[in-house]
Design a protein around this ligand. Structure first.
Ligand code: HEC
Length: 121
């Protein structure tokens, strides 16, 4: 009797525990990589070079056309470092993601440069 009960109860218990653990994990999304980036101190000088190599092609006006928005004017100049880092990591619209191309420190450098150089101008 006890034997047959535990035979059915054990898998049920295990399944219930597993479901609860899975639910608990699912409710807490892992922090976005951008949150680590904003904890770093960006170097604007390094960021300038990185910006010229990776971003200026779309974000600095050459002739008539600019592929990306002007980062020197609101609302872009008002973006938080966290939003910027997220956009750089994930991409947005036709802007490509830089997750695989830039390290956390490089992203922090670019953000420091953009916020220092473009914001408020
Ligand atoms: C291929 C062209 C291209 C490149 C390269 C590029 N961007 Fe962009 N970027 C865009 C476009 C287009 C948008 C507008 C995206 C949208 O909202 O649809 C944008 C948007 C942004 C925004 C504003 C996001 C917002 O929420 O308004 C920031 C900040 C930005 N880019 C920074 C950068 C930085 C820094 C780099 C270099 C690491 C970079 N971009 C490289 C095209 C580019």
């Amino acid at each position: 009797m006890i034997k047959s009960l535990s035979r059915t109860a054990l898998p049920v218990l295990l399944a219930a525990t597993f479901t609860m653990v899975a639910a608990a994990c699912g409710s807490e999304a892992p922090p976005h990589r951008a949150e680590g980036v904003v904890g770093l101190t960006g170097d604007q000088v390094a960021g300038k070079t990185l910006f010229e190599d990776n971003c200026a092609g779309c974000h600095v006006q050459v002739g008539e056309k600019m592929l990306g928005p002007d980062l020197s004017k609101p609302p872009r100049s008002d973006l938080s470092a966290l939003t910027m880092a997220t956009v750089i990591i994930d991409g947005q619209g036709t802007m490509n993601a830089f997750a695989a191309d830039l390290t956390d420190q490089q992203i922090a450098d670019v953000v420091a440069y953009v916020k220092g150089e473009f914001a408020g101008k």
